[in-house]
Design a protein around this ligand. Structure first.
Ligand SMILES: Cc1cc2nc3c(=O)[nH]c(=O)nc-3n(C[C@H](O)[C@H](O)[C@H](O)COP(=O)(O)O)c2cc1C
Ligand SMILES: CC(C)CC(=O)C(=O)O
Length: 358
């Protein structure tokens, strides 16, 4: 990686506690998927059209609960206060000021109400989504959903790729298993069955099923997106079971170290969903051209995880803004170079395998 995002990563490596840096940078097993998410974009090339562009390009997208958003989202990442003292509040302000949807989540070190308020203070039109893991006890999940609703979140993102926690060898080696004293997953405080005033652990359960999703569907009027879908049959099921969007994601290579790169899994999911709901992607997006490739292959928008944490560690709100603005500027530039007047001009015929036809 080179450029603004790589500089942020290098700065982050200098300033962060090495165990936290490893937690963010690392992934499951031998980190084959972490690497492949980025490399898969290197294997794809853009095939531009000529003499049909526009001096002004429309890069906005309509997402559930976020009309007119930027095509890049902040993917949910845990524990921002370990990256910078301003934590999720800085991320929220940066996302709001760049028109980017922030997906905050259960593992945030700042409560969702404060995060959403900070985003709206920066831009009253800012959209914040809430990511959750369905908890084995439905009343715990429901309490989290109510908190997100009361905070003014406009969509829920349910992460379904984590029936169990991935085996992350760097974390095992470093003993990074608990948050340091003074930090907590604030959304997990004062939940049913939990110790009063204290936080519950985030539970992951391999016993969850589509019925649990149906229960959530009935419990809220908010749009619900499923994050962590790779198999096209699951994408089809998700739509049939009422999901309002699907996020193609392998959790940044942090769960199973044998799955395909996110962008390689995208076309089959797009085909299965067949335009019925938006398909988003995250994993390995590091350049505006990666955004263009993803949208050309049928994604409505893409999420970025690690680069946001690097930006936050490197420079707080300004650091996150720099990362997001760079990606959005590069994407607009890529559109111009492809002869596209906007996202709508990107189509699968603009993407070929590097070194040969797709
Ligand atoms: C440090 C870190 C923490 C993460 N925490 C969460 C989380 O709490 N919930 C979740 O659904 N995904 C989580 N993810 C996965 C991201 O949402 C996203 O899928 C992934 O980071 C995208 O890949 P990228 O980092 O290559 O952009 C986390 C990723 C990282 C790097
Ligand atoms: C606290 C964890 C559940 C966050 C996570 O999903 C991750 O580290 O990938």
């Amino acid at each position: 990686m080179t450029g603004v995002l790589a500089a942020a990563r290098d700065r982050a490596r200098d300033v962060l506690d090495p165990a936290f840096y490893d937690y963010v940078a690392g992934g499951a097993g031998r980190e084959r998927v972490v690497a492949d998410n980025e490399r898969a974009f290197d294997r794809l090339a853009l095939l531009p059209r000529v003499l049909r562009g526009s001096a002004v390009r429309d890069t906005t997208v309509d997402l559930p609960g976020a009309p007119g958003a930027a095509p890049v989202l902040v993917a949910p990442t845990a524990f921002h206060r370990l990256a910078h003292p301003d934590g999720e509040l800085a991320t929220a302000r940066a996302a709001a000021r760049t028109g980017v949807v922030l997906v905050t989540g259960m593992a945030a070190t700042t409560a969702v109400a404060e995060v959403a308020a900070a985003a709206r203070a920066a831009d009253p039109a800012a959209a914040v989504w809430f990511q959750l893991y369905l908890q084995p006890e439905p009343e715990v999940t429901e309490c989290l959903v109510r908190r997100a609703e009361r905070a003014g979140c406009t969509a829920l993102v349910v992460t379904v790729d984590s029936p169990v926690f991935g085996r992350r060898e760097r974390d095992l080696r470093n003993g990074f298993t608990d948050l340091p004293a003074g930090y907590a997953a604030e959304n997990m405080r004062d939940l049913p069955g939990g110790p009063p005033g204290r936080t519950r652990d985030i539970a992951m359960s391999p016993a969850l099923s589509w019925d649990d999703l149906a229960r959530l569907r009935e419990a809220t009027a908010l749009p619900v997106l499923l994050k962590g879908v790779l198999h096209p049959a699951d994408a089809r099921l998700a739509v049939e079971r009422g999901a309002d969007g699907v996020v193609v994601s392998n959790h940044g290579g942090r769960q199973c170290d044998a799955v395909p790169a996110a962008v390689d899994a995208l076309p089959a999911v797009v085909a299965a969903v067949d335009g019925r709901v938006p398909v988003l992607l995250d994993g390995g997006v590091r350049r505006g051209t990666d955004v263009a490739v993803s949208l050309a292959l049928g994604a409505t928008a893409v999420g970025v995880g690690r680069p946001v944490v690097w930006g936050l560690a490197a420079g707080g709100e300004a650091g996150v803004r720099q990362v997001l603005e760079e990606l959005l500027d590069e994407y607009d530039h890529a559109l111009a170079l492809c002869g596209a007047r906007g996202n709508a001009d990107l189509a699968p015929d603009l993407v070929v395998r590097r070194g040969g036809a797709r």
